[in-house]
Design a protein around this ligand. Structure first.
Ligand SMILES: O=C(O)CCC(=O)C(=O)O
Length: 268
């Protein structure tokens, strides 16, 4: 029987993997919403796992890391985590794109993203759609500056979208379920037409032999945390794991990390 990792390798993504119970997912949603009430909006703020114990717990669960290990190997760095939130009845969407186009990683197979639902992600609420097998065809041409409600940082999108609409599979998730996708997998998501928030915790794992851009200088690839195995390369400098929730010093550092991640965001 095909394993979760077999499906991931064959199709470039795998959906509906149980990570937590629905009850646990709702506890984690409450933790996020309490943090929002203290910090303000957390949508698309990078590296939330460095300040929020809830995010750290979800990113580092042994069951998650077991799957990630089968996808990218035994040494695992936690590179980034962001909440991606679509408010009820809003037009914001995410156009067709490939993540690796703007991360500049040297080995495309050394990275995987987990998208964990903390609220229902359905066709109505704007769950992701994925093009199966698209991870095998490398980089498609992207344009930037789409102004039609695209949430992506530089409004990037793949212009030839009609064929993709036909080919894509809807990847709906119950709270507590996750999808995993490869950095070349073409994906998009529509607006939230439901009356609940659509909330996902989007997490990036990389293997330490990959680096951002050409430089192999220690720390030149940004920062990350070893969450399994070891790092023999040090392309990424160390992030700090949180020890308490919303520690004031960690928050100062996190704001800087978020700004640095956004400044290094690439396209092309
Ligand atoms: O949250 C979404 O709808 C899309 C997320 C996405 O594009 C990604 O995880 O790369």
């Amino acid at each position: 029987m095909a394993t979760i990792a077999d499906s991931y390798h064959a199709n470039g993504y795998v959906g509906a993997v149980e990570i937590t119970t629905p009850q646990e997912a709702s506890t984690h949603r409450r933790a996020l919403e309490e943090a929002e009430s203290q910090l303000g909006p957390l949508h698309y703020i990078d590296k939330v796992h460095t300040v929020l114990m809830s995010a750290w717990d979800l990113c580092t669960r042994p069951a998650v890391l077991d799957l990630v290990e089968e996808m990218i190997g035994p040494d695992i760095l936690l590179y980034n985590s962001t909440y991606i939130i679509k408010e009820p009845s809003t037009a914001a969407k995410i156009n067709w794109h490939q993540d690796l186009t703007y991360w500049g990683l040297s080995d495309p197979d050394a990275q995987v993203s987990m998208w964990l639902a903390l609220a229902p992600a359905t066709a109505e609420s704007g769950c992701m759609r994925m093009v199966s097998g698209s991870h095998r065809h490398g980089q498609l041409e992207h344009a930037t500056g789409s102004n039609d409600g695209n949430l992506l940082l530089k409004g990037q999108y793949i212009p030839q979208a009609d064929d993709l609409e036909v080919a894509a599979a809807v990847c709906s998730l119950e709270p507590g379920q996750a999808s995993f996708h490869h950095g070349w997998t073409v994906h998009a998501s529509g607006p939230n037409q439901s009356d609940d928030r659509r909330i996902g915790l989007n997490v990036q794992y990389v293997a330490p032999h990959t680096h951002v851009g050409a430089s192999q200088e220690p720390g030149a690839s940004g920062t990350a945390i070893v969450v399994r195995g070891s790092d023999q390369h040090s392309y990424f400098g160390p992030d700090k794991a949180p020890t308490t929730n919303l520690d004031p010093q960690a928050i100062v550092r996190w704001r800087e990390l978020d700004a640095a991640m956004k400044a290094n965001f690439q396209i092309g």
